[in-house]
Every structure is written in structure tokens, then in C-alpha cells.
Design a binder for this molecule. Structure first.
Ligand code: GLN
Ligand code: ZN
Length: 768
């Protein structure tokens, strides 16, 4: 008999119940007990949903973040919150957010908030975890209370519980040493705590523990590989059985090592590492279980069950009871229930599977393996019909788009002239002062904007009423910018609630769910649009708004677009063609828009690639391939314009030293980037790399309510001018202003414009 299990379930709730419970607690509108009850209710519901599986994950639930919870289990609290004697949950919130509830107990006990923990991306997903903090003195001590409590609840709920923990090596790998000391030196201190935790589970009569070590799919040096050996040797005296879980990629050169670790079972992501399944089956000791992740835990597509059975059946014959099946990774990264979607087009819906439907698929696979395909013939036939309908659907496959993709050649992404010639023509045309000022695109999303949008969606405001309301906002943004004295203006993006959704909604090949929420961090969720078919642009998407904005001013108006790579990286994408092909299709659609803007007289066009870095593969050895098609896609979108048209791009992250050559390769005339938080440290990259084009290092940290002073901005820009010739510098905030209020934006931009004027009067500090 094959065993079914799941690695983790989305905890946010089908209706984002956890989000609302958290936010109400944080606002002081509900009690801690109410919040805890909401969590218990969600867990109970999710266990019930998974009850048909042979093993159900426990401990995958977190109020804020599972890595943060693990830090608490291991007694690894940052120094700054150790004196806190309140509830552990409140303390976890203090680490995560810098404060716990509305702040009451913080004020008494700790005089205000504390610094929030650093957040970073969980492997190559869009989920963000709270980074564990270490220093040379870090000590660990076990607090199993959360896990023991949830274990008891799971058993009371009648499921066969399998506790899930993050393994010791990955835990260290995920963290950050605050004092530069070697994290791995902590392993000997950490292992006894893990051993004690496993003893707890033994004492509770637990049969299997899932221990996640996704670090094994990354490139590890000898020291880290050795750490795996040390760690699992140290845990080999345990009595409970360990299923070592890897996911998000291939094990490659770590495969042999992994198969030799003294554990009782191994989980492999068979979506990313199908080829390694047979190797693992051959290399594992013949007492060990092999769990294969045969259903994609990262996307929303139905699995081709018959195709999966084609390789699972022989594997089952070889492994017998040692074969387990599961989704490839935790289902944290997919929405909960497709059945909530009442508005989604029925045909597209028939191609999809959210978390609950993926568990249905798992059950069908198990039925077929255990009792033969005939026993689940109806389910398999229905699945085959859905797969076939998607495979041949004319809504997915557009010959014209495929033909356009086939015609792509390098010339398409090539500007007519090199930067230097373009810059000359553009300078003559725009006649901008030195240190020109601009913004990144969005201006505050005011209550009026939100009200107009929701009234329009409800049907309380008609198309022309909505249009007029947006034009009023655009006119206002233009007027404010003129009063501020900015040099290159923007329309303010009032009509966009999201920089990807806005374009997705107007492109052919995109669908939108109503409840397809996925946790991004804490209570924050995103609803990625679903890219299901070949992409095309039926008509211009931004031209009318930009033209209207330009009509309100004689200053140059920047057209604002989201780039193909960012649209791709923030969507659920197709699994029936490479990401690069979908990206090229998006690039052609954005290119059409760029050319239409140019035709409409827009001389400066910004194409945001906020998420370009997010798409980097986990393994560095695969970076180049990604960067090549990503940069090519941007170039296709941007570079069809005349020399006189100035292309800007924007990226909002502070680390790009390692990809700066690719960014230069995009060949945008101007790039604006985040730097203000790092005090221009990021410009260190320019010491070693001579960035050829113009650059606007952000001087106003829009993530903070602080208003930067004129002097501060002048200082930052002078630091920048030490690395980049002053005549190639722009002055701008480090991202869009939509989350700020006009009352903050006006004084900040006033200082920014004043700083630029001051700078113009000073001689440039260095020429290069
Ligand atoms: N143009 C967008 C804005 O200003 C860019 C947002 C982003 O980079 N995340 O809002
Ligand atoms: Zn940004």
C-alpha cells in the first residue's frame, strides 16, 4: 500500500480568516484568546480537510511565520526581546513587527517597540520569513509547548499527526550572523535541543516526524555538506522516525550525501527533480521510505494524473510499501479552495486545482496505485478530459502569438544607436537641468481614489463617472508636481490598484480569481493573476491616461509600464511551456504599448522591473540562463523606440551587485533604484563596475514616514557623485509613493527639489 501525506497546508484560511483575526488583534479590537481561538479553529478545519491522508502535518500552522516559530521552539530569541515576560505569541509579534498588539504592554514593560526582525524570501517563493539571528554567544533551549499543544489538538481532531519541523542545518542556513561569527559553529549547541525535541515526540507516541531540509537543493560547500552528516549522526539515537524533506529543486551533487544520511525516509520534489527519483530509489537503504512529491505544490494547475501514474506505477512495483506520495512541497504557496471561485470562467476553472483539489488528486493517485486504475476510472477520465481540453484549447494556443515568438531575433531588442548618441539627442530635446528630479510613478492612493474604485466595482459609479474621478486625481497630481518644481512628471497611477493586475486585466491570456490568496508574509496576502494562455494585447492600456496627463502640463510626462519579467514573476504561470516563452510573449505585448506611447508623443517611458531579481534560480549555476532571457525580454519590450525616446527602468531592491552587468545589459537610458536605506552603500557596486548609463539612486525612503531633510539628500547625492559622474545622476525617491500621504509627500519632495537646486550650484565632486 502506498502512503499518502502532506507537507504543509495554507494557514491563512479560504476566506483569509487568519489575516482578519491577526489585524483585529493588532488593532486592539479583539483579545488574544479570540485570536488563539481563531487559529485553533483554522487548524481544526484544515486537519479535517486533510483527514483522509495517512499522515497529516502538524506544526505547519503559524500565526505569523513558521521560521519564527521554530526560533521560539529552539529558544533563539533576539536579545532585544528577551526581557519580555508577556505571552509568547505577543513576543513573537514583537520580533516580527517591532511591536505586539496595539502596543499597550510594550509601553509599560519595554518603553515602546523594538526593531522588527529582518524579513527575506523563503527560497525562490514569494513567501517571506523572519530571519533567525545568531551571534557567537547564541544559546538554544527547548520550548516544545507550541508543538505539543498542536499535537494534542490534532489527535483530538482524529487525524494521524506527523509533526513538521525545520531541520537544524537549514535552520542555521536560513539565519544571519549578527557579529560575523560562523553560524555553523553553533551546530554542536543546537543539536542537543533537536535531540530533546525528538525525545518529546517519542514520549508522545509520535511515529513519524517530517524534518525539512530544503537547503539541500542549493549549492553547498564542503563545510555545509559536512554539517548534514554531523547533524543526522547526532540525531541517530532517536527513537522516532524521521522523514527528511527536500523541495523546490534538485539535489544534484547533494543526492548521494542525502541518501546516506541516517534517516528513515526521504522526500523528493518530483516536479523539479523527477530524474532524481529513480536514483534516490536505487541509493536509499532498502529499509527507507521514499516520498515523492508528484503534485505541484507551487502552481494552480491540475496534475496530469495518468501521466503521473505512468512513472509512479513501476516505482510502486519496485518500492512497494516504501513508496509515499505527496505534493512536491508545502501547499502554503497555493490558494485553499477552487470551489470558492464562482466567477471564474468555467472552462478555465476546469483546468485548475487549489490546495484542496490537489489533495483530491493525491487520493486518486493512491487509489490507482493501491487498487488499480479501474478503481478510480471516473476520476481519471475526468482528469484526462480536463488535461486534453486545456492542451488543445484555442483560448490557450494562439497561432499568431506563437508565430510572433518564432520571429524574435536579437535585432528586436537592439536600440538603433548606442547610449552615448541617444543621450546626446535626448539632452538636446529635453533640455533638463543637471540633477533632474522625478518620481517613480505612483502618488498617494487617497480615500477618494479608493472610494471611486470600489464604487465602480460595485456598479454604484458608471464608466464615465469613474473616468472623470481618475482624471481629477491625475490633474491634481500634475498640478502638485508643477508646484513642487519637479522636472519630469508622472500621471500618478491613480487608476491602478496593483502594478501587475492592472496590465493582466487588459491582456488576453490572463484570468483572475476572487479568492486565490496566497500568504506573502504575516497577515499580508497576494492574489497572483493566472497566466493561462498565449499573451496578446487587444488594445492600448495606458495611452489615454498618459495623454490626458500630458495635456495638463508643458513639462515632460513619463509613461509608466510594468515590465514583462515583473508581470511574469508576480503571476501564476503556465506549466505547459517554459517561463522564458511566457516572458517573451509578455515582452511583445509591452513592446506594443511602448510603441503606442511613443506614437502618442510620449518621449519618456519607464518600464518597471521591480521583481527581476526575485526570479533568480536557487542555484547560481542557473542564474545566467535566467538573466539572459529576462534581460532579453526587457530589451524586446523597451528597445524598439527611436533614439530620441528615453527609456527608464526602476528596481526596488538594494542588492544587485551580483547582477549589475545584466542590469547594464538592459540598456535603459536611465535606471532608478533603491539606495536610501543603505546610505548609498549599494553604490559600492559601481566601484568595480562602470555603469554606462544614467542612474537615479533613491534619496527618499518611501517605506518610512520620515521626511528626509534637504541636507540629508544633498549628502546622499554627493556620495553618489563620488562614484557616478554628476551629469549622469537623477534625483528621485526610492520607490512609488502610493502608500504615503500627500502631507508627507509634499514636504519630502520639496526638500528633494531644493536639494537638487543646491547641487546644481556646486561643482561636481569628481569626473570620470
Ligand atoms: N511605478 C510603480 C510605482 O510607483 C513602481 C512600484 C514598485 O517598484 N514596486 O508605484
Ligand atoms: Zn520600487
Amino acid at each position: 500500500m502506498v502512503t499518502t501525506h502532506n507537507l504543509g497546508f495554507p494557514r491563512i484560511g479560504a476566506n483569509r480568516e487568519l489575516k482578519f483575526a491577526l489585524e483585529s488583534y493588532w488593532k486592539g479590537q479583539s483579545s488574544r484568546d479570540e485570536l488563539k481561538a481563531a487559529g485553533a479553529q483554522l487548524r481544526a478545519r484544515h486537519w479535517k480537510d486533510q483527514a483522509r491522508l495517512d499522515f497529516v502535518p502538524v506544526g505547519d500552522f503559524a500565526f505569523y511565520d513558521q521560521v519564527l516559530d521554530m526560533s521560539f521552539t529552539l529558544g533563539n530569541l533576539p536579545e532585544r526581546v528577551r526581557g519580555f515576560h508577556g505571552d509568547a505569541l505577543d513576543n513573537a509579534f514583537r520580533v516580527a513587527r517591532g511591536r505586539s498588539a496595539h502596543g499597550a504592554e510594550d509601553h509599560h514593560a519595554c518603553r515602546g517597540g523594538v526593531a522588527a526582525g529582518e524579513m527575506t524570501k523563503w527560497f525562490d517563493t514569494n513567501y517571506h520569513y523572519i530571519v533567525p539571528e545568531f551571534d557567537a554567544h547564541t544559546q538554544f533551549s527547548l520550548d516544545p509547548s507550541r508543538l505539543i499543544e498542536q499535537l494534542a489538538q490534532a489527535r483530538a481532531a482524529g487525524v494521524n499527526a506527523k509533526p513538521v519541523i525545520i531541520g537544524p542545518v537549514t535552520y542555521l542556513w536560513l539565519g544571519k550572523s549578527k557579529d560575523g561569527s560562523d553560524k555553523l559553529a553553533l551546530l554542536p549547541r543546537l543539536l542537543p535541543v533537536y535531540a530533546a525535541l525528538l525525545d518529546y515526540f517519542t514520549a508522545q507516541g509520535v511515529e513519524w516526524v517530517q524534518i525539512d531540509e530544503p537547503a539541500l537543493v542549493t549549492e553547498l560547500d564542503a563545510k555545509w555538506r559536512e554539517a548534514f552528516v554531523t547533524a543526522y549522526d547526532a540525531l541517530s539515537a532517536r527513537r522516532v522516525r524521521l522523514l527528511l524533506a527536500t523541495y523546490f529543486g534538485q539535489l544534484q551533487d547533494n543526492l548521494e550525501l542525502t541518501c546516506k544520511l541516517p534517516v528513515d525516509g526521504l522526500h523528493i520534489d518530483a516536479i523539479n527533480a523527477r530524474d532524481e527519483v529513480a536514483q534516490a530509489a536505487a541509493q536509499l537503504p532498502d529499509t527507507a521510505v521514499l516520498s515523492v512529491g508528484a503534485i505541484n505544490g507551487r502552481n494552480i494547475w491540475k496534475t496530469d494524473l495518468n501521466a503521473a501514474l505512468q512513472w509512479l506505477e513501476p516505482l510502486h512495483r519496485t518500492l512497494g510499501d516504501r513508496l509515499w506520495i505527496a505534493p512536491s512541497c508545502s501547499l502554503l504557496h497555493v490558494p485553499v479552495d477552487l470551489n470558492s471561485e464562482q466567477k471564474l470562467d468555467a472552462e478555465i476553472r476546469s483546468w485548475l486545482a487549489f490546495a484542496l483539489q490537489k489533495l483530491d488528486e493525491l487520493t486518486v493517485l493512491a487509489g490507482a496505485l493501491n487498487n488499480g486504475r479501474a478503481s478510480v476510472a471516473d476520476a481519471l477520465d475526468a482528469n484526462a478530459a480536463a488535461i486534453e481540453s486545456r492542451r488543445v484549447s484555442p483560448r490557450v494556443h494562439k497561432p499568431a502569438v506563437k508565430a510572433a515568438i518564432a520571429r524574435i531575433d536579437t535585432a528586436l531588442g537592439q536600440r538603433a544607436s548606442a547610449y552615448a548618441q541617444r543621450a546626446e539627442k535626448q539632452a538636446a530635446l529635453f533640455d533638463l537641468p543637471a540633477y533632474p528630479t522625478t518620481t517613480i510613478g505612483s502618488f498617494p492612493q487617497t480615500n477618494e481614489i479608493r472610494h471611486a474604485r470600489s464604487a465602480f466595482k460595485r456598479g454604484a459609479l458608471d464608466q464615465s463617472g469613474y473616468h472623470a474621478a481618475m482624471e481629477r486625481e491625475i490633474a491634481r497630481a500634475v498640478k502638485e508636481q508643477e508646484a513642487l518644481g519637479l522636472d519630469v512628471l508622472v500621471h500618478g497611477e491613480a487608476e491602478r490598484n496593483d502594478m501587475v493586475e492592472y496590465f493582466g486585466e487588459q491582456l488576453d491570456g490572463y484570468a483572475f480569481s476572487q479568492f486565490g490568496w496566497v500568504q506573502s508574509y504575516g497577515s499580508r496576502c497576494v492574489k497572483p493573476p493566472i497566466l493561462f494562455g498565449d499573451i496578446s494585447r487587444p488594445k492600448a492600456m495606458t495611452v489615454e491616461w498618459t495623454r490626458y496627463a500630458q495635456s495638463q502640463t508643458s513639462k515632460p510626462m513619463k509613461g509608466m509600464l510594468t515590465g514583462p519579467v515583473t508581470i511574469l514573476n508576480w503571476s501564476f504561470v503556465r506549466d505547459d511551456q517554459p517561463r522564458s516563452v511566457s516572458c517573451h510573449q509578455l515582452a511583445l505585448a509591452i513592446r506594443d504599448e511602448v510603441l503606442d506611447l511613443e506614437k502618442a508623443g510620449v518621449r519618456i517611458i519607464q518600464i518597471d522591473e521591480a521583481a527581476l531579481r526575485e526570479g533568480l534560480p536557487l542555484r547560481r549555476s542557473q542564474w545566467n540562463t535566467y538573466l539572459q532571457w529576462a534581460v532579453e525580454s526587457f530589451r524586446i519590450a523597451a528597445n524598439g523606440v527611436k533614439d530620441e525616446t528615453q527609456i527608464h527602468t526602476h528596481m526596488c531592491y538594494s542588492e544587485f551587485n551580483d547582477i549589475i552587468a545584466s542590469i547594464a545589459d538592459m540598456d535603459a537610458d536611465v535606471i532608478t533604484i533603491e539606495t536610501s536605506r543603505s546610505d548609498m552603500e549599494l553604490l559600492d557596486a559601481f566601484d568595480h563596475f562602470n555603469y554606462p548609463n544614467q542612474i537615479g539612486p533613491g534619496v527618499y525612503d518611501i517605506h518610512s514616514p520620515n521626511i528626509p531633510s534637504e541636507e540629508h539628500i544633498v549628502n546622499l547625492m554627493q556620495k553618489a557623485a563620488e562614484r557616478i559622474p554628476a551629469e549622469r545622476l537623477w534625483v528621485n525617491p526610492d520607490c512609488g509613493l502610493k502608500t504615503r500621504a500627500w502631507e508627507e509627500v509634499i514636504p519630502a519632495l520639496t526638500n528633494m527639489v531644493a536639494a537638487a537646486r543646491t547641487l546644481r550650484q556646486r561643482p561636481a565632486s569628481r569626473d570620470r
